[in-house]
Design a protein around this ligand. Structure first.
Ligand code: S3P
Length: 179
């Protein structure tokens, strides 16, 4: 059993993913981090030097390598769902949870940050609104959706654990990671 977190930039995938993994004794991985390790470059550098298409191809290749894993929480890049092949692959990997956040919430959360190439524009809020409205159709293919706007991290984790409890009980749980 693996849990896949999807959602727009700033929806809390990384923080929630890390803490959820710790609570379940699962291993946390982040597709952006895997891409940075594979290429030896930061996401911003990849966008600057190699372009978005190269990034998207690397993202798909990285995902394709994630087969046969068990006991992982996987945080994904916000745009990973824009390729149908990626969604199909994520469905095979695990239970997909969409952490939905409104454009205003995203804007509030990310306005102090500078490492997101797609939001380095004159009007980030407009860009966030545009991208979210383009992507909602893809995010909505998730198995379960959580509206995160009014929830804190602990509440979101509790909802996820409640939601997957049945699956864990059915004997799908991996050996506890004691680290
Ligand atoms: C992207 C989201 C980023 C990263 C890249 C592109 C996107 O990941 O993959 O900058 O297209 O939404 P986070 O959602 O983890 O910030």
């Amino acid at each position: 059993m693996n849990i896949v977190l999807t959602g727009f930039m700033g929806s809390g995938k990384t923080e929630i993913g890390k803490r959820l993994a710790r609570r379940l004794g699962y291993t946390f991985i982040d597709t952006d981090q895997l891409i940075e390790e594979k290429t030896g470059k930061s996401i911003s550098e990849i966008f600057d030097k190699d372009g978005e298409l190269f990034f998207r191809d690397t993202e798909t290749q990285t995902l394709e390598k994630l087969t046969g894993i068990n006991g992982y929480v996987i945080s994904t890049g916000g745009g990973i769902v824009t390729r149908e092949v990626n969604i199909l692959h994520l469905k095979k990997i695990g239970f997909i949870i969409w952490l939905r956040a409104s454009p205003e919430t995203v804007y509030k959360r990310i306005s102090a940050e500078t490492h997101r190439p797609l939001l380095k524009v004159d009007n980030p809020l407009e860009q966030i609104k545009k991208l979210i409205s383009q992507r909602e159709q893809f995010y909505s293919k998730a198995d379960f959706t959580i509206d995160t706007d009014l929830l804190d991290v602990d509440e979101i984790i509790d909802i996820i654990i409640h939601q997957i409890a049945g699956r864990l009980k059915r004997g799908n749980e991996p050996p506890r990671n004691t680290a």
